[in-house]
Design a protein around this ligand. Sequence first.
Ligand code: HEM
Length: 455
Amino acid sequence: MTLTSSVSSSVGTTLRWGATHGLMRAAIRRQVRAGNPDARLLLDPVMQADPFPHYEMLRASHPFAPGAFARLTVHHDVATAVLRSDDFGVTHPTEVVPAPAKAALALAGPPRNPGPIEPPSMLAVDAPDHLRYRKLVSRAFTAKRVAALRERTSAVAQELLDDMDRAAHDGAHGRGDLTVDLVERYASLLPVTVISEMLGVPTSMRDQFLAWGDGAATSLDMGLTRRAHASMERNLAALNDWMREHLRRLRREPGDDLLSNIVGQVDDDGAGLSEQELVSTALLVLAAGFETTVNLIGNGTSQLFAHPEQRERLAAEPDLWPTAVDEILRFDPPVERTARRAKVDTEIAGKPLAAGDLVVTVLAGANRDPQVFTDPATFDVGRANAKEHLAFSSGPHFCLGASLARMEGEVALRALFERHPRLAPAGPPRRRPTRILRGYAELPVRLEPAVTTVG
Ligand code: HEM
């Protein structure tokens, strides 16, 4: 019996939590006590709601500022150089822990259900594996293939808006106060419907995918509590099990869809892709397809509420919608930050780095770099160079779904504001508890102003 097979799965979960998130929680607390502001951001929901003053403070340090665990940068040129450099590779949490924790992880064995930032997810591996996985699915996401989906996406948007209107009327019971949660009724449903149809997974599963995805989204974060970690692992297991079974079904009865196409490429002799490589690739595309665009739609709606003059401009000049979507991505991006690790001794902006050093690139901070964007703290739906943001990262891991996300964001937001020109907030929104992903869990809106009776 090997050491790894000698530990039960619940002991394995505890060991993995302790060696990664448990240690990190303790380290974050120590850093907070030592006055590290980036560590405080990881724990403080008030700071998380508006991290931008913090990023401006970090901007004074060039090229890097001290982060909670690693140096970090909010500079556009530095972040771009790191993300595009061959001297850097991706990293994952188990790589950055101290030696005794590595021993505990070896004892725990590899997770049976790896998450989106653990190998063999394409987000967690470098070339040559990265290219093997990305090639499997990339042809479905070209600008041309995405353009062909626009009409269907518009139809989905209109169907969802019809359903949302009905739900608001049913909930109003004749009182005329048409209030709904935009995230629940619209922003979350549009992306999951579109990606499910693209991959050929049943759209009847969309509520279940959203629930599992919600539970697994914290897998991108550091320093989870033991309870949050156990819940995240349960949700990842459910997603992996479902996808494993779905791919087996497709192998028996292939359809005319992207996943049927890739199941033929399994090869357990090692020449092609293993089953877990296929499951992880399929799951990443599915989950990335709905976990992020929901935040683009929610954050975009919220920014347009906060900037009524920009909303009026869009109503008068609808051709600005594509630029507006990039401005939303720049100003309030759904993914806050990512990290890279130096593979060799190297240098960035004149600063030497040793092999193994970590760099956190704060995409949301780079998006407000005054060297690239004039008046970066101004939300301007006509900004000529809005597209230069780093919301989709840069380099080899540049978001595979960028064209799809832009198209979905534009179709979804335009259809919403054209159908409901007087759409208004209807109470305080609630943010998602995730730290890498930034968006709303609930965004109550009023479809028409409430009718008030006088007298
Ligand atoms: C507004 C929506 C979206 C945002 C802000 C976003 C953002 C990102 C970012 C920042 C990365 C790179 C992370 C890194 O460099 O470490 C990424 C990668 C990725 N995204 Fe997106 N994404 C969005 C929508 C989508 C959609 C709709 C899909 C659909 C399939 C998708 C699929 C992927 C995949 C597969 C990767 C991994 C690429 C690789 O490692 O080569 N994303 N995304």
